[in-house]
Design a protein around this ligand. Structure first.
Ligand code: HSE
Length: 397
C-alpha cells in the first residue's frame, strides 16, 4: 500500500477483538506483520513461533514496533501498556476502562518515549468517532458531544421494542460478542460513562474522572416502560452527554427518550450513533457498528495504518475539569412503586409513572439514587432534546 511503512506488531490478548485483529492482518497484505501473539493459554492454529504467554518476549524484542492491547480491563493491561510505551513501542488499544482511567499518564509516557498511543476503537467500536472528533477539532470549536455508545444496551432496547424481554436480549448480545465480560458494566451504564469521559477528554481537553459522571443504566427497564414510551411516540436509548463549560463541564449518562423520527431513535441492534456539536459544523453524527469482532478490529487496524503512515492530529492538552450538571435541565420519566418518594414533584401521569416538568440533571440523579435505595426496580429516563440544543447553541441549523 502506497506511503505505508512496514510495521511489526504484537497482539496481547486473543479474545473477540485480538483474534479479530489477527484475522485481518495474518496475510501481511497491509504491510503490518504480526510477530507475536500473547495469551494465557496456547492458541490452536497459530503459526509456529508466534505464541507467547510472557510479556517480556514482547517488551524486550526490538523488532516489535507496536503493541495491540486487547486484554481488556484495567489490570494487567495498564502495566503491559506502560511497559510497552516505556520501551518506545507504539500502542493501539480499544480498552475503555484503561483509557478512561489513565489517559493523562499514558499520554505523558508515550510523549516521553516518542511513541504513539491510539485508542480510536475505545469509543464506538467500529465507528471512527474519536478519529473524526480530533479531525473536526482542528478547525472548529466543539460545544458538546452526545450519543449512543454502547452496542449491548442498544441491542437490548431495540429488541425489547420488538417484544423480546431483557434477559433473552442480553443472552443474544452475549452470544454475539457485544457485551462486557461482566454484563452489568453495559446494563448499569459503566461502559457508557467511561466512553463519555474519553469523548469529553478529547473534545474539551479535559481530564474527566469517569466516576464523577452521574450515571443511570437500563437494568430496571421493563415492558411497561417501553410500551408507555411507544404510546407517546418516543424511543428509549441509553445515551451519554457532555458539554463544554467555563470552569467545569456538564457530563452524564442516562436512558433518554427520543422522538421516533430522530436519527438516534432509528439506531438498530448493536449500532451506535454519536454526535458532535461544533460552532461551525452544528450537529455532525457518526453511525455504525458499536461492538463486535470485525468492526472493532477494523478500527484498530485503521489506527495501525495511521501509525504506519505517520498521520497525526494535535494531541489534546489535558487538564482536570470538574463535572457540574446544575445548569442542564429537562423533564424525566420516573417509575417507582414508592410513590411517596415523589411527593411535591410536579408532573403528568404516564401509565402510573410520572413525567416531570424540567428538572436539573444533578437534582434528578440525586433523587434517583435515594429512590433506588428503597426501590431497586425504579426506572428513570430523561427527555433531553439534544439535537435542538445543538441547533440553538451553535446557531447552525
Ligand atoms: N460492551 C461494549 C458495547 C463493547 O456493547 O458497546 C464495545 O465497546
Amino acid at each position: 500500500m502506497e506511503g505505508v511503512v512496514a510495521l511489526n506488531i504484537a497482539i496481547i490478548g486473543y479474545g473477540v477483538v485480538g483474534g479479530g485483529v489477527y484475522a485481518l492482518l495474518r496475510d501481511g497484505a497491509l504491510g503490518i506483520y504480526v510477530r507475536r501473539v500473547m495469551d494465557l493459554l496456547p492458541i490452536a492454529g497459530l503459526e509456529d513461533g508466534l505464541f507467547t504467554d510472557n510479556i517480556a518476549d514482547i517488551i524486550s524484542d526490538p523488532a516489535i514496533d507496536c503493541v495491540v492491547e486487547a486484554v481488556g480491563g484495567l489490570h494487567p493491561a495498564l502495566s503491559h501498556v506502560t511497559a510497552a510505551l516505556r520501551a518506545g513501542k507504539h500502542v493501539v488499544t480499544s480498552n475503555k476502562e484503561l483509557i478512561s482511567h489513565a489517559l493523562a499518564p499514558l499520554k505523558e509516557g508515550a510523549a516521553m518515549h516518542r511513541a504513539q498511543l491510539r485508542f480510536s476503537a475505545s469509543v464506538g467500536g467500529g465507528v471512527p468517532w474519536l478519529h473524526n472528533l480530533l479531525r473536526q477539532k482542528r478547525g472548529d470549536t466543539l460545544l458538546s458531544v452526545h450519543g449512543i455508545v454502547n452496542g449491548t444496551t442498544n441491542y437490548i432496547l431495540d429488541a425489547m421494542g420488538n417484544g423480546m424481554d431483557l434477559s433473552a436480549a442480553l443472552k443474544d448480545a452475549q452470544r454475539m460478542g457485544y457485551s462486557e465480560a461482566d454484563a452489568s458494566a453495559d446494563l448499569d451504564g459503566l461502559d457508557t460513562k467511561r466512553k463519555c469521559a474519553i469523548s469529553a477528554a478529547l473534545a474539551f481537553d479535559a481530564i474527566v474522572e469517569a466516576d464523577s459522571v452521574p450515571t443511570l443504566g437500563i437494568s430496571a427497564v421493563r415492558k411497561i416502560d417501553i410500551d408507555t414510551f411507544a404510546q407517546h411516540g418516543l424511543t428509549c436509548k441509553l445515551m451519554m452527554y457532555a458539554e463544554r463549560g467555563d470552569a467545569s463541564l456538564c457530563a452524564y449518562v442516562e436512558p433518554s427518550l427520543l422522538a421516533r423520527d430522530t436519527l438516534a431513535a432509528h439506531t438498530p441492534a448493536h449500532y451506535n450513533c454519536i454526535t458532535l456539536c461544533g460552532v461551525q459544523s452544528g450537529a455532525l453524527s457518526f453511525f455504525g457498528q458499536g461492538a463486535g469482532r470485525h468492526p472493532t478490529a477494523e478500527n484498530i487496524v485503521q489506527d495501525l495504518l495511521d501509525i504506519a503512515t505517520h498521520a497525526t492530529y494535535k494531541d489534546p492538552f489535558l487538564k482536570p475539569v470538574p463535572v457540574d450538571n446544575d445548569m442542564e435541565r429537562h423533564p424525566y420519566y420516573i417509575r417507582t412503586s414508592r410513590k411517596e418518594l415523589l411527593s411535591g414533584i410536579d408532573g403528568e401521569d404516564w401509565n402510573g409513572a410520572l413525567l416531570t416538568k424540567p428538572m436539573a440533571v444533578t437534582a434528578l440523579h440525586a433523587l434517583a439514587k435515594a429512590i433506588r435505595e428503597k426501590d431497586p426496580d425504579a426506572f428513570f429516563a430523561g427527555v433531553p432534546g439534544y439535537d435542538e440544543l445543538c441547533h440553538e447553541r451553535s446557531g447552525k441549523v
